[in-house]
Every structure is written in structure tokens, then in C-alpha cells.
Design a protein around this ligand. Structure first.
Ligand code: SF4
Length: 264
């Protein structure tokens, strides 16, 4: 397929530098180090108090902290090996994902210390997450794939209630919704235009997809992907030529490619 929003989306995408996975991985590594030092600090500070209660307590706390850190480190190692292209078991990838989720808020804070903007870290996270999902080579039937797109992609002047029912769209060409609906019809997949995370979660709960293709900004994609885990979700960043939350657009060719990658 081709159309207005293929060319427009591709041009906008070309202007955005491809996010680097190594930024997120470096921040996660520093976070792991900070978490390790913090655990050691907690253990040292509480040592005497715990020892006064029982001589076994410092050992018990130390063991719990070491086990937690080793599990997170194994998860981080899992992410690195998966990114390098080594086959990883779903259990290993599950641990890797949990490690990412635990360390993510710390990685954002450490990024701030180094004056790295939050959106850059989030873009890098989405790149890592997409890579891990693609690594699994998940294939689903069309009826089990759901495309979720935010309400801000609808043209602000459009009076049609497409969040209630996408069939209300007249496919007039003023915004990319019509092209996305054509894709959904062509491949027989599900599509929903949502007003926020609550509605997105409701749609996922109702349709019970086996894979999700989410279009959104950095912040919503990051929280959405983490929210619906372990459901595999590939995130596609929207473009905001008129600023956030207004007449956003997307590279429809990129969406079509991601759909094809997921289908049997
Ligand atoms: S394509 Fe659909 S949603 Fe977009 S402006 Fe036209 S009718 Fe409205």
C-alpha cells in the first residue's frame, strides 16, 4: 500500500536520529552499580542493629540483598546476550525484562545527573524492548494482533467519534487514521484509537490479543509496554510536527512492516 502518510511519515522519520540501544544499556549498567553500592550501604548501616537482635540477621539480610542483585545482574546479562543475537530462553528473557523494569526509574534519574533528557533514555528503552520482542520471532494470526494508536493522531477538526468506534472514520485523508484503518482491513487485524492508558488496558483486556503494535510518544510507549508485559508489544514512535498531543502522525510504512513481521 502507499499514500500520503507513507511519504510524510518516512520524511519525518528520516529527520529523527535512530535511538541507540547502548545509551539505555549503559545507564542500566550504572544503575546496577549504584543499586549494588546502595545495598552494601544498607547492609553496613543496619549491621550492628540487626546483630544486637540476632547474630544470624546480618547474614540473612546480606544473603537476600546478594540474591536480589545477582538475579538482576543475570537479567542484565540476558539483555546483552539477546541484543548480541545469542538465543535466549523465554525464562531468561523474562528475568531480563524484570531487571529492566526494576532498574528503569533509577536509569532515568542517573540520566538526569548526566544531563541526558528523559525522552532520549525512553527512546533507547523502546529500541531495546523492540529488539527483545523481535528476537523472539513471535508470529500470530491476524485476529490476534492489535494495533493501538492514540487519539491525538486524529485531526483536531474531525468531528467523528472514532475512539468509540473506528468505523466512524470517513477515511477523508486529513489524518493517518484512514490509512491505518485500510491497513487493518487489508490484513484483517484489530485496531483501536484510545484516549489513554486506561482505555488501552481495557481494549487489551477485551480483545485478548497475542501481540500488540503500539503507536505513541516516548512516555506513553514506555509505560504502556511495561504495563502490558508479558504480552509482546512493539512500539512505534509517533511524530509531532505541531507539538505534543495535536495532529500527531506516524510512518504508516513502518507500521505496515511491523504488522507483516508479526503475522504468520
Ligand atoms: S481520516 Fe478519519 S479520523 Fe482522520 S480526519 Fe478524516 S474522518 Fe477524521
Amino acid at each position: 500500500m502507499s499514500g500520503k502518510y507513507w511519504a510524510k511519515g518516512e520524511a519525518l522519520m528520516a529527520a529523527v536520529p535512530r535511538p541507540k540501544k547502548r545509551l539505555f544499556l549503559a545507564l542500566i549498567m550504572v544503575s546496577l552499580l549504584v543499586a549494588g553500592l546502595s545495598c552494601y550501604g544498607i547492609w553496613m548501616v543496619s549491621f550492628q542493629g540487626l546483630a544486637n537482635i540476632s547474630v544470624h540477621l546480618p547474614f540473612l539480610l546480606g544473603s537476600i540483598l546478594v540474591i536480589a542483585l545477582v538475579a538482576i545482574a543475570i537479567g542484565f546479562f540476558g539483555v546483552i546476550t539477546a541484543i548480541l543475537g545469542f538465543p535466549a530462553s523465554p525464562v531468561f528473557l523474562g528475568v531480563a525484562w524484570s531487571a529492566i523494569n526494576i532498574l528503569f526509574p533509577l536509569a532515568i534519574r542517573i540520566g538526569k545527573v548526566f544531563d541526558i533528557e528523559k525522552e532520549r533514555v525512553e527512546r533507547s528503552f523502546i529500541e531495546v524492548s523492540n529488539h527483545l520482542v523481535r528476537q523472539k520471532r513471535i508470529k500470530v494470526k491476524p485476529g490476534k494482533l492489535l494495533v493501538l494508536t492514540p487519539h491525538c493522531i486524529q485531526h483536531e477538526s474531525c468531528p467523528h467519534k472514532i475512539t468509540r468506534d473506528t468505523a466512524n472514520c470517513k477515511m477523508c485523508g486529513k489524518c493517518p487514521v484512514g490509512d491505518l484503518l485500510r491497513l487493518a482491513q487489508l490484513y484483517g487485524i484489530n485496531i483501536a484509537v484510545v484516549t489513554g492508558g486506561t482505555l488501552a488496558r481495557k481494549v487489551v483486556k477485551t480483545l485478548r490479543p497475542e501481540a500488540v503494535l503500539a503507536i505513541a510518544c516516548e512516555r506513553d510507549l514506555t509505560s504502556g509496554i511495561q504495563d502490558i508485559f508479558p504480552l509482546p508489544a512493539v512500539g512505534i514512535l509517533n511524530q509531532r510536527p505541531e507539538g505534543p498531543c495535536c495532529n500527531t502522525t506516524v510512518d504508516v510504512a513502518q507500521v505496515e512492516k511491523a504488522i507483516k513481521d508479526f503475522l504468520l
